[in-house]
Structure formats: structure tokens, C-alpha cells
Design a protein around this ligand. Structure first.
Ligand SMILES: [Fe+2]
Length: 208
């Protein structure tokens, strides 16, 4: 597999005023590009030379795992947010969110709680666990839920490079802004890929 720098699904300024063009540009062009460059060098001459990222994440270890996971995680992170738009959540997904978090506000509060209780660099993930239940988890550094058989729906980068230009030492402000960018259509689509129930009616306009 040819490893390329993943393109952003929108222009670098598209997330303003919540996440600045400067931050998105540095995040993608500096950090993500570095992971791509390193991984290209690392896999040369190894059994992972033609592997895709998912395979590397599941089967590799050390630096190949680290850099492959960083690329996968960042691609997933950028594709889970967009400029806020109205979207009606599907009956199945909103039911699952309510069952786990009580409400969308409860979901937001749970993410904030995860963010303030995580020390150092890492990620918060909304995942479907092996029992099919929604869960919020913290992962240190570039750990991947894929290695644990979990199905990710949303990734939140808590590394300082994701927000320090816009919110120096203010992780909570970054999280609150991030929550305003959630692309519910994408997140729900990911959920429905794993939980296909036909005939559910749309019934709830999101308001996070
Ligand atoms: Fe990052």
C-alpha cells in the first residue's frame, strides 16, 4: 500500500472560529505529515511494506504501530468534525446515546469529564464495545481501539498540538469548541455501519 498524507475533508480554515486555520494547518502539515514520512521509512523492506494501516495497527508493534496508529487516528479525528450543521439523528443512534449518557448534554458532560481526568497526551474515543454498547474511553498516546476489537465512532485528540495555539493551557475551552464541530451525520453513519436496523424513524434534532 502506498502511504500518502491524508487530505483534509475541508479547507484548513473551515473549522474557524472554533479551531483556527493555523492550528489545522500545523496539525496536518507538520504532525500528520511527519508520521507519514516516518512510516514510509520504517516499513521499507519489512513485511508491512505493502500493508494497509489497519493491518499495521493490528499486527505490528513499536514504531510501525505508533506511526500507523497516529495516521489512522488523525484521519479519523479530522473526518469526525466539520462546521456545525443541522442534522436529525436516527432513532437507533439517539436511543443508544440516551441509554448510555441520558441525553446529548449528558454525552457532552461525559466527554468533558474524560478530558479533565486525562493527564498527558492521548485521545478520547467514542466506541462500540464488544457487547455492542456505546462507551467513552481514554487512550494514552497513539493507542488504538482497533487493537481491542472496538469499533470507533469519534476520536478527540487531546495532545497539546491540537489546541495550544488557540487555547493555550485551556483544554476545556478546546473541548467545548470541538463539541460544536461534531459532524453527527458522519458519526451516525459510522454507528449504523455496525448496527443496521431498518425502519427506524428520525425523531430528534441534535442540540449539543
Ligand atoms: Fe494530533
Amino acid at each position: 500500500m502506498k502511504i500518502n498524507l491524508p487530505a483534509l475533508p475541508y479547507a484548513a480554515h473551515a473549522l474557524e472560529p472554533y479551531i483556527s486555520e493555523r492550528t489545522v494547518d500545523a496539525h496536518q502539515r507538520d504532525y500528520l505529515k511527519t508520521y507519514v514520512t516516518k512510516l514510509k521509512d520504517l516499513v521499507q523492506g519489512t513485511k508491512f511494506a505493502n500493508a494497509d494501516l489497519d493491518t499495521m495497527i493490528i499486527k505490528a508493534d513499536g514504531l510501525i504501530l505508533y506511526n500507523a496508529a497516529q495516521i489512522w487516528n488523525h484521519t479519523f479525528y479530522f473526518s469526525g468534525i466539520n462546521k456545525r450543521k443541522e442534522y436529525k439523528l436516527d432513532g437507533n443512534f439517539i436511543e443508544a446515546l440516551r441509554h448510555k449518557f441520558g441525553s446529548l448534554n449528558g454525552f457532552r458532560d461525559a466527554i468533558i469529564n474524560k478530558a479533565v481526568t486525562m493527564f498527558g497526551s492521548g485521545w478520547i474515543w467514542l466506541i462500540i464495545d464488544e457487547k455492542g454498547k456505546l462507551e467513552l474511553i481514554q487512550e494514552i498516546d497513539a493507542e488504538s481501539p482497533l487493537r481491542k476489537g472496538m469499533k470507533p465512532l469519534l476520536a478527540i485528540d487531546l495532545c497539546e498540538h491540537a489546541y495550544y495555539l488557540d487555547y493555550p493551557n485551556r483544554r476545556i475551552d478546546y473541548i467545548n469548541s470541538f463539541l460544536k464541530l461534531l459532524d453527527w451525520e458522519i458519526i451516525e453513519k459510522r454507528y449504523n455501519q455496525y448496527n443496521v436496523k431498518k425502519g427506524a424513524k428520525k425523531e430528534y434534532a441534535h442540540a449539543v
